[in-house]
Design a protein around this ligand. Sequence first.
Ligand SMILES: Cc1cc2nc3c(=O)[nH]c(=O)nc-3n(C[C@H](O)[C@H](O)[C@H](O)COP(=O)(O)OP(=O)(O)OC[C@H]3O[C@@H](n4cnc5c(N)ncnc54)[C@H](O)[C@@H]3O)c2cc1C
Length: 553
Amino acid sequence: MCQISERSIMCTVKTKKRVAVIGGGVCGICSVKTLKEEGIEPICFEKTGFFGGTWRYHEDDVDGLAAVTWSTVANNSKEMSAISDFPPPKDIPNYLSHRKVYELVCIYVNHFDVLRHMHFNHEVMSVRKAEDYNSTGKWIVTAKNLITGKVITDTYDGVFVCTGQFGYANMPKYPGQEKFQGRIIHSKQLRTFECFKNQRIVVVGVGCSGVDAATETSNFAEQVYLSSRNGAWIFPRLGPYGLPFDMCYLRRWSDILYRLLPYSWSSWIFQRNLERMKFNHSLYSLRPSGHLWAQDPVLTDVLPSKILSGHVMVKSDIKMFTESGVIFEGETKVTEADTIIMATGYKWKFPFLEDGVVTKDGDCLNLYKCMYPTHLPHATLAILGFMLPLGPGFPLGESQCRWATLLLNDKVKLPSPKEMSADVKKTYETNMKRYKRSDRLTTRVDYIEYMDDITSQFGAKPNLLKIFLTDQKLFWALWLGPSLPYQYRLQGPHKWEGAREAILTYKERMEAPLRKKGYRKTKRKFQGFPLKLVLAFIVFWFWISIFTEFESL
Ligand SMILES: Cc1cc2nc3c(=O)[nH]c(=O)nc-3n(C[C@H](O)[C@H](O)[C@H](O)COP(=O)(O)OP(=O)(O)OC[C@H]3O[C@@H](n4cnc5c(N)ncnc54)[C@H](O)[C@@H]3O)c2cc1C
């Protein structure tokens, strides 16, 4: 733990620009490194006694701090969620447990000497404009030392808000809920699962948290019911040939193809492939009403087999609670339950920000590129990591840090408030056509498109035409291969010499943890073109027979 006195916070050299970074999670840590790189002094306030935010396992339930369970595994593979100039070590697994993510965060923190800029147990209580804000863009930040109770206030050239978006539980209310004699908790409170031994559990919601809660509790519980209002599209971690799934679908060529087609067409193609590869969502009562790009996919390889084995039963929405359980929609019988786990999402808030900074017009948030309040005349306050991506979040957060830092140093400029508002409106209208209505509509982004968009603001989006003309090997890796974050360090400010190498060697890092030492690959018995053709024919007819029997289910 870092022990730094308030005095040292106040005494930081004032000649450099100073930025208050609020939150010491992955975004906060990347911000510190990125600000230092640009010669700006970061002062990072973290309300807990540790860094890593979501990924530092903790037992207690802290308001405003997201949490993982003892068995949480990242949804995205290590290569796809890498920081752009920091490829993961070869020997760590492809999908990291929370412990491994935290270990990686520790290596990053040490490597870039982040710790000495962090002020632990300091909760930021308020952020308001300085008196001379109109001319300087400065902010006054008040933080409280949660150990001593001392309050410190200082003026900063900028503020990076990195407080996460899954820290406040959303608890719905159902008719008769107060009568229920069992326990009702939120998925954010889950840590370990042995305590559910022999219990009857109802999990409400089929997002990532709901599915994890259902599959993990079902290892101990007598019965788990998974209550779903609208179903979900289930993505596996295990892709074709056992490759990490996100490496297979986050590729430029397919992304462009999908983008050229209307959403309904491209999602239909993706859905068909997904269902053929894994399972028919209708057969499992999980098919959502919307198409595949219209909601967050849920990552699990386990749920279908848990449903097949009856450990998890899919149910509809809860109609009402009784003393001993719940009645699901479409049923009259009470389903007895000991514990209800509400995996019903999160509420977002920035309780320390002065009123009117982040606002909503109906469902439309006033954040340009999910980061900048459109009405503010200076780019000195950025909300980072506040997007809901289809794809890995870490590289997106990091690219936001890079852009926000360059904006602070006046190396790039934001458009006018009018242009920013028009862009937000356009995003809102585009997303309205694709997603269900929600107050986070404007913060929904696609990984490749958003990475390209943010990095093109500061010249780090790879110039594919130039690469095609000068470096064919790299071009084909970028065009056909997985869209790795290192490509955004090939050019632009703080480009990284190792980026090309990292892109071309990703397979080694992906394969390394799968290879057993001394393992000898057995030679395939069937080789040669005619045999392969016969094999392909048999496989084709195998799929045709299944397709004709089950396609209409
Ligand atoms: C269970 C779970 C699984 C996830 N899995 C993935 C995944 O697989 N891939 C992925 O990309 N994303 C995933 N996410 C999203 C996750 O939010 C990001 O991975 C990432 O951790 C966000 O980092 P952050 O720094 O923005 O926020 P956080 O990690 O939430 O950190 C915010 C920090 O701010 C601090 N803080 C809050 N308020 C204050 C204040 N007023 N003053 C000072 N400090 C404050 C908090 O204590 C915390 O340390 C997951 C989230 C959850 C909850």
